[in-house]
Design a protein around this ligand. Sequence first.
Ligand SMILES: [Zn+2]
Length: 161
Amino acid sequence: MLKTLSAWMAGAALPASSVLAAAPFPLKKTEAEWRAIVSPAAYRVLFEHGTERAGSSPLDAEKRPGTFVCAACNQPLFNAAHKYDSGTGWPSFWQPLPKAIGTSTDYKLIYPRTEYHCSRCGGHQGHVFNDGPKPTGQRYCNNGIALAFVPQGETLPALRT
Ligand SMILES: [Zn+2]
């Protein structure tokens, strides 16, 4: 009992900085560090939950086999085999790679939407909707600027640390 109580006391005494250090994403960088890596437009999407203008990304028309990786940390997020033309002007996929993304609910447009992000760095990628094609019926509507494309046969970039 005494041991439990002292463990609780120790936990309660943790400074706020320790709580921040325990943030859910494996890769954590400061705003300045990310800004040194990604463009201002990419930063706005990835870390301020922005949305690029429809049709603005060349990756919307990318049709080659390959892998789409997170523009911030290089974690592979989508296989090009799961990409399709949704007609929305944003790169769209019906399935992400296993464990590549996490989701949260966002109320930016009043009605709830499911936001998704890179599971490694937390960088916002897009929103997922239930009007996608078979076999999943899901549409991962992704900001192209939050991705980089690596054609099949080329070496994937090293995960950023
Ligand atoms: Zn990432």
